[in-house]
Design a binder for this molecule. Structure first.
Ligand SMILES: NC(=O)c1ccc[n+]([C@@H]2O[C@H](COP(=O)([O-])OP(=O)(O)OC[C@H]3O[C@@H](n4cnc5c(N)ncnc54)[C@H](O)[C@@H]3O)[C@@H](O)[C@H]2O)c1
Length: 256
């Protein structure tokens, strides 16, 4: 077991990639705590993982502080933080986006990672170390149409991650990001895309491995970065994207 008796707090752990992390971490012996706004799904996932659920809106600093405090009150420590909660927002360019939507997306996608990391680090400093893994996105690495606030938030996570890695490396705290490509997580926008053959062709053409990823494939990377197997890795971004960001797709066969 690669995480035996480790205490792992997972934001956005109710569904999708966060839930896959929760299940995988529990299988590897971790005590799992899910912090999410989705109570019904969060309680279900926590039950499957024999863990706990804490209703949390990561856009509010006090709720993040409370989630960390409850975790420590229950298990005595916090070893791993997975930041998986995010808010994509609608499909708008900046001309159409309202200031309110910009703020909502960033409050969850970026501020929430800061708040949870801040309070988690305070606990990790008391016990001599820990690991933070934030789920960023290929959209933060290379940009994307119609998602300016989400892209801005995800891009900023790389800087936040490197800064925290530098600030707390000497304290035994490692901080990394994972950038998923297109993952079949059940998110409503991805379900919609799956119903559109043209969109499916478009995404497959963008992806060297010619398919969507599975949440378990992201959870496997999160497990690696959270575990002692990644003991000399910090401040890094690991793309789990089927090759989306390594280059352009090959030209049509008629050309080669
Ligand atoms: N699915 C993809 O293709 C993809 C690609 C790149 C990055 N990601 C990232 O992976 C992570 C997980 O996404 P997913 O695809 O599994 O989608 P998802 O919707 O299943 O998971 C997001 C989770 O975050 C929770 N959440 C939303 N707002 C919250 C808030 N304010 N406070 C607490 N929890 C909140 C949701 O309830 C949900 O459980 C996100 O950070 C997302 O940006 C996903």
């Amino acid at each position: 077991m690669r995480l035996l008796d480790k205490v792992a707090l997972i934001t956005g752990g109710a569904t999708g990639i966060g839930a896959a992390c929760a299940r995988r971490f529990a299988d590897e012996g971790a005590h799992v705590i899910i912090a999410d706004i989705n109570e019904q799904a969060g309680r279900h996932t926590a039950e499957v993982c024999r863990g706990r659920f804490i209703t949390t809106d990561v856009g509010h600093a006090e709720q993040c502080r409370q989630a960390v405090a409850e975790t420590v009150a229950c298990y005595g420590r916090l070893d791993i933080l997975i930041n998986a909660a995010a808010h994509l927002g609608g499909y708008h360019d900046v001309a159409a986006m309202t200031p309110e939507e910009w703020r909502t997306v960033l409050s969850v996608t970026l501020d929430g990672v800061f708040y949870c990391s801040k309070y988690a680090v305070q606990e990790m400093l008391k016990t001599g170390g820990g690991a933070i893994v934030t789920i960023a996105s290929v959209e933060g690495m290379i940009g994307a149409a119609g998602h300016a606030a989400y892209v801005a938030g995800k891009s900023a996570l790389f800087g936040l991650t490197r800064s925290m890695a530098i600030d707390f490396g000497k304290n035994g705290i490692r901080v990394n990001t994972i950038s998923p490509g297109i993952i079949d997580s059940g998110r409503p926008d991805i379900e919609r895309l799956k119903r559109d053959p043209n969109m499916m062709r478009f995404w497959r053409d963008m992806t060297v491995l010619d398919r969507m990823g599975h949440p378990d494939e992201v959870a496997a990377a999160a497990l690696f970065l959270a575990s002692d197997e990644a003991s000399y890795i910090t401040g890094q971004n690991l793309a789990v994207d089927g090759g989306w960001t390594i280059g352009h797709p090959p030209p049509p066969r008629s050309f080669t």
